[in-house]
Design a protein. Sequence first.
Length: 164
Amino acid sequence: MIRRSLSAALAASFLLVSVLTSVASAQEAPAPPPVPAGSGDGRRIVYSNGQQRVWLVEADGTITRTYLVSGRKNYPRAGAYAVFSRSERTRSGAVTMQYMVRFTRSRRLAVGFHSIPVDRRGRPIQSTAQLGSYQSRGCVRQAIDDARFLWEWSPVGTPVHVVA
């Protein structure tokens, strides 16, 4: 009797695990959006200002990584740029940024991709949950792991294509 109950319990557990696995598979995150049309060719960084998203694209068109960012609405203008400078750490006023990858200039400052800035107490000035929305005065903010990855992936000269 105990053996039969144990077998029934194991069978029920197996069935439950199978159902939960099927549900989890069905609820996996949807595929990320494709690289925007007209965003260049070859190995490059693509930044969609309207989607607030970055794609790191290999020479064969494979997407190495894509993720949400926070930039400034309609800035910089759509066009082709290139990485011209990189700094592992930099400051602007009262905030510090890591993994700065500069690709254009404003009237006063260089503009690039970097981590979410932190204030003098080490507090982020925005949350990662806010990535995907306009939060910046000009640069493109990223989660720290994405900023580090882009910094390691993009040497000086890497093409950057900004699309609307």
